[in-house]
Design a protein around this ligand. Sequence first.
Ligand SMILES: NC(=O)c1ccc[n+]([C@@H]2O[C@H](COP(=O)([O-])OP(=O)(O)OC[C@H]3O[C@@H](n4cnc5c(N)ncnc54)[C@H](OP(=O)(O)O)[C@@H]3O)[C@@H](O)[C@H]2O)c1
Length: 298
Amino acid sequence: MSEKKADHQKIAVITGANSGIGKVTARELAKKGYRIIMICRNQEKAERAKQEIIFASENRDVDYLLCNLDRMDEIRETAGKISEMLPTLDLLVNNAGIVADSKRETTEDGFEVTFAVNHLAYFLLTKELLPLLHKAESVRVVNVASEAHRAGKFDPDNLQLSKGYGTVKAYGNSKLFNIMFTRELAKRLEGSGVTTYSLHPGAVSTNLASDSSSLFGWLFNMGKMFMLSPDKGAKTTIWLSVAEGIEGKSGGYFKNSKEVKPSRIAQDDQACRQLWTMTEELLGEFVEVKSSPFVGDK
Ligand SMILES: NC(=O)c1ccc[n+]([C@@H]2O[C@H](COP(=O)([O-])OP(=O)(O)OC[C@H]3O[C@@H](n4cnc5c(N)ncnc54)[C@H](OP(=O)(O)O)[C@@H]3O)[C@@H](O)[C@H]2O)c1
């Protein structure tokens, strides 16, 4: 078995890999010999990042697929393409995220945009790629969350902030949902060989808030000079992607490459299960719940 493992080139899918934390993660994993599939929404940015990563890593196995992660049909289509082109998948890094505007906006599918990109996309892409992930021997799903989750609330009657929307609330909620999703995913995948982790990368100088006209966005951009570089900010993501012997911590939340306790609601198993069910219901049109590989995997 170990001989087979040594021959196998590990494959990673990384969302939002053209910028910030995702780009450094892709570059460093490419240096470690991974085949990289970047998921990006802008061809020009994706091509530029791909060339940079190839140049820095001397690894030519770097490709991208274009996908707007606020479109659930595009996520399914992209997952379909990945499943056709790859024999297996060793690592999925759900990293792409946004800080939205001060005015509530919805996607073409009708979801609040932060909720769609930062939560639904993590859920749906993972769900769609699980059959492929199950084919590899030791597999990880790493979800980039944030300490901002501590300001988040799980209100089942107002998941998408149709009442009382605010940029910080939407972002905090979405990052809380990343941690709750990870905890419930770990339970559903127990014993399957697939493990999952969420993390806070630190306050990192990236383009995260460059499209946001909100006060939060303005403060973020003003504070950039005091923040970590993307190289430092990607360390915990990379560590969770490759560290040995952490499988027993599946479902955990990490900061500075150490497990830490998230907020109380993020440790509430019933709430995590409820968020899961509500997410599946919301994605009803896109997710065939009955045939979901999540169900009965235990
Ligand atoms: N920076 C921080 O201080 C910090 C702190 C805590 C957590 N985080 C988390 O870290 C993750 C990475 O963010 P970052 O700080 O590295 O910011 P970033 O440099 O802006 O990277 C975000 C990536 O997500 C992509 N993206 C956004 N919306 C998308 C969509 N609809 N479809 C496809 N791709 C989309 C962006 O693509 P474009 O380049 O095309 O926009 C970009 O590649 C996020 O989940 C964020 O919540 C960041």
